[in-house]
Design a protein around this ligand. Sequence first.
Ligand code: 6GU
Length: 435
Amino acid sequence: MRFDIISTFPEFFAALDLSLVGKAQKAGVVDIRVHNLRDWAEGKHLAVDDTPTGGGAGMVMRPDVWGRALDTVLEEGAVLAIPTPSGKPLTQRDLEALVQVPQIVVACGRYEGIDARVAEHYGAEGIRVFEYSLGDYVLNGGEVAAVALVEGVSRLVDGMVGNPESLVEESHSVEGLLEYPVYTQPREWRGIETPAVLFSGDHARIRRWRRDRALARTADRRPDMINALVEGGKILERADVEVLTSRGVDVRTGRWDYSFSVAEESDLSEVAALAARTFPLACPPTATETEIREHIDTHLTENAFRELTRGGASITTVRSGPELVVVAYALCEPNAPDDIASLSPGACYVSKIYTDPEFHGSGVSGALMEFALADAVSRWGSTAVLLGTNQSNRRAIRFYRRHGFKKCGRRTFEVGKRIHRDFVYVRDLTVDPPR
Ligand code: 6GU
């Protein structure tokens, strides 16, 4: 791989004699030649720039000087790379394409840039011209961007990086996600523990944890990358959906549409409205309309929820859409009811988790469960959580299993004259969530 860099500051590129790129040069893996543009300047002052035609601030680099330089340096099959803040943002895909080329000539402009006819002329001559930018900010010249391109391409050249696997996993590889956070020794540093899952030796769990962290990071920092994943159909796993949902992403649209919070008094009328809406759908077909109505009017009113929160319960909600309506809520209590508390002494209790049917399968319920349990741990210091679910509700049972719950008993309870049979589930809150 051959690089030719043309600049008015050739000394700048001493940096490329260091580190891995320096080693690669010495090993003959890459050949980097730096040229001083002024060697092609003419006249008494060896000027390389002049005032902008049509007026304006600053100076523009002369095409004749650049023409003489490039005619000398460009070889068959070369790409002419021109760093400029008005170029195409440089990506890993660009670097992967550039490493296939025999020669890259980087033309570093200073001042307000290079006369536009230079790119036009060489493009018309059949040379591939690549005007690129490092991002949406302005530097004084193309030198930093030239170093970035040379280093980024060099490390993809065969025989460069010691461990080829590190090329596969890093940020901006084909996965389309930012890299997960990394840790090393010591295990605890300034009171911060390395996540326990990384010591588990369970490679499937570690992989899942890393993917979760990568997704969460990408959602928080790079909405554009999440949208590309959604459009490309690259979010396939249910666990992906839940992590993204917990960061507010509606994966069906790629929009940031969810917000999670602990309910305050002023939220309780909306919580009651959602409860009244969803409760009938969760009732067995044998329940009569009157029974259902009676239950709603006594247990699912704003007042009933207010009493529960005053009694120490915590309600967490998910809001969505332009109107920010409550689409899911969870009700947690610091202690489980007497009939099951002995199954896990000291455990807190999830008494309800309801999601608007429109949001079933959206990841909202799972994300809300984790949010509600994190709230319980910080609020009450809970080390375990209990819940009961109807024995015939297979969907709920699968959901709780996925969220790390294990069956630990049974209970019955009466609604009207009917006896309901529940399984009781427990989850240890002192270990990392299952994923
Ligand atoms: Cl490629 N050049 C200059 N001058 N400023 C930049 C840049 C390039 N990319 C970001 N800012």
